[in-house]
Design a protein around this ligand. Structure first.
Ligand code: NAP
Length: 494
């Protein structure tokens, strides 16, 4: 990194990937009112650069451009759209290192995790490009022999997407790729903390030959851009990933124009270790599922539920693995835990920890902010956690592992399901009967058994209850961007 005009620029192989204006109708457009958004590196507090803040009027322009662009885009042969998505995928892989550097600079996750996320995001683009060719309809037996019932699947229309900062690349890829694959155009608002990853993806989409107006990306004031996206009747679908609070607000805003919505919201994942589990495997799974992205993923283990008989063994091994984590700026080698996204995140996590400690939780290691800087938090393990404590009830979004004891399978299931969330759950066992019983009893959209990493482009990702609606990835991931049209053909005997 080098100093330029008071900003700490990121050193890239291809500096033209660092875009700071909005992408509207294939052009890079500055803010119409001159407003700028500083993008900070959470590890150092440095301002990396400033990005144009788009207005509601510019959002409207982007939506209108998307509607025009979609007219041609949806009529292209599926194979042509597939080839363009493949070209986008290939460019993302070619520029993986630069995209990872941009991500680590604005988001803070260790470089190795950023590289992994770029590959993960690109995989959705490849996958949905392939799926573009498989949007099959149906012919259904008709009520009489002179009729035929045909179902065709058509793109829902212009899509608006609002995405979070914790996966600045992949959350965009897994919305834009299925939308484009089926013939929709899209207007994207990335999180204010991480617009640079989104804009770099936009630049690569243009280079791949995706026509102007098919992808539009605007950063800026969320309620202004979101207000236009949700009230504009050209937009027929809103896809959102973020907190449950904002998801509910956007769902209500979409009601007046009856938009289709997909909501990927918060989680409160249980991680259950039964008495017959392979404890070393469970500790490895807990480490990755708890501490990935410094605990800032919607599928991070939020509550670790341990059977009485293995509690002490798990605790000893988990504490020793946690103490071995290396904390620091994610650009440095061998860092396993980077900063949290901002100082407010540190305050929020600490409040959950301190209020749980006041209610009787015991700190085994960590327990407060880290001296490395204002955005760092110590990996923390809490024991004697119970159902009524804030760390049990809330999504923590930080490197804090609350441990809870149980003594029977039914108690574990009851603890696991005792939340309004229902995104991901994990459990470790070697009993095949228990595998089926517990999988079916958990009120979650995703269940990982003897695994701490569950997400990939081939599988349907999404939650139940207040974790949202819709599925991303897999063959089901296109359904949220399609309408089914029923065509009845009559008079065929005449
Ligand atoms: P957030 O505060 O809900 O923000 C998410 C996005 O919504 C950002 O782009 C934000 O913009 C925007 N936003 C905020 N207020 C808005 C409004 N009034 N109108 C329109 N847009 C608005 O969530 P976050 O803190 O960034 O992300 C963390 C949350 O996302 C966690 O709860 C996590 O579990 C969830 N998440 C879920 C999944 C999943 O697949 N289920 C995946 C990843 C994350 P600004 O940044 O400009 O405020």
């Amino acid at each position: 990194m080098k100093e330029t005009n008071g900003k700490v620029m990121i050193k890239l192989n291809d500096n033209t990937l660092l875009k700071t204006d909005a992408l509207i109708n294939g052009e890079w457009v500055p803010s119409d009112n001159g407003d700028l958004l500083p993008v900070k590196n959470p590890a150092t507090g440095d301002v990396i650069t400033q990005v144009s803040k788009s207005s509601a009027n510019q959002t409207k322009m982007a939506i209108e451009a998307a509607a025009i662009a979609m007219q041609d885009w949806k009529t292209l042969a599926a194979k042509t759209r597939a080839n363009l998505l493949k070209a986008w995928f290939e460019l993302m892989i070619e520029h993986q290192e630069d995209l990872a550097k941009i991500m680590t600079a604005e988001q803070g996750k260790p470089l190795a995790e950023s590289r992994g996320e770029v590959a993960y995001g690109a995989a959705f683009i490849e996958w949905f490009g392939e799926q573009a060719k498989r949007i099959d309809g149906d012919i259904i037996p008709a009520p009489s022999h002179d009729k035929r019932i045909v179902c065709i699947k058509q793109p829902v229309g212009v899509v608006a997407a609002i995405t979070p900062w914790n996966f600045p690349n992949a959350m965009i890829a897994r919305k834009a790729a299925p939308a484009l694959a089926v013939g929709c155009s899209i207007v994207i608002k990335p999180a204010s903390e991480t617009p640079l990853s989104a804009l770099a993806m936009g630049e690569l989409a243009l280079r791949a030959g995706i026509p102007k107006g098919v992808i539009n990306i605007l950063a800026g004031n969320s309620s202004e851009i979101g207000g236009e996206m949700t009230s504009n009747d050209i937009v027929r679908k809103l896809t959102f990933t973020g907190s449950t609070v904002i998801g509910k607000l956007l769902e209500a805003q979409c009601a007046s124009t009856m938009k289709k919505t997909s909501m990927e919201l918060g989680g409160n994942a249980p991680f259950i270790v039964f008495e017959d589990a392979d404890i070393d495997a469970a500790v490895s799974g807990a480490m990755i599922s708890k501490y990935r992205n410094s605990g800032q993923t919607c599928v991070c283990s939020n509550r670790i539920l341990l059977h009485d008989s293995i509690y002490d063994e798990f605790l000893e091994k988990f504490v020793s693995a946690t103490k071995a984590l290396t904390i620091g700026n994610g650009v440095e080698d061998h860092i396993s835990i980077g900063p949290l996204i901002n100082e407010k995140a540190v305050r929020d996590v600490d409040e959950l920890v301190q209020s749980s400690v006041s209610s009787g939780a015991e700190v085994i290691c960590g327990g407060g902010p880290h001296q490395l800087g204002s955005c760092f938090y110590q990996p923390t393990i809490l024991k004697n956690v119970s159902r009524d404590m804030p760390v049990f009830r809330n999504e923590i979004f930080g490197p804090v592992a609350p441990l809870v004891r149980f003594s029977t399978e039914s108690e574990a299931i009851s603890l696991a399901n005792d939340t309004e969330f229902g995104l991901a759950a994990y459990f470790y066992t070697r009993d095949i009967g228990r595998v089926w019983r517990v999988s079916e009893a958990l009120d979650y959209g995703i269940v990982g058994i003897n695994e701490g990493i569950i997400s990939n482009e081939m599988a349907p990702f999404g939650g139940v209850k207040e974790s949202g609606s819709g599925r991303e990835g897999s063959k089901y991931g296109v359904d949220d961007y399609l309408e089914i049209k029923y065509v009845l053909m009559g008079g065929l005997d005449r």
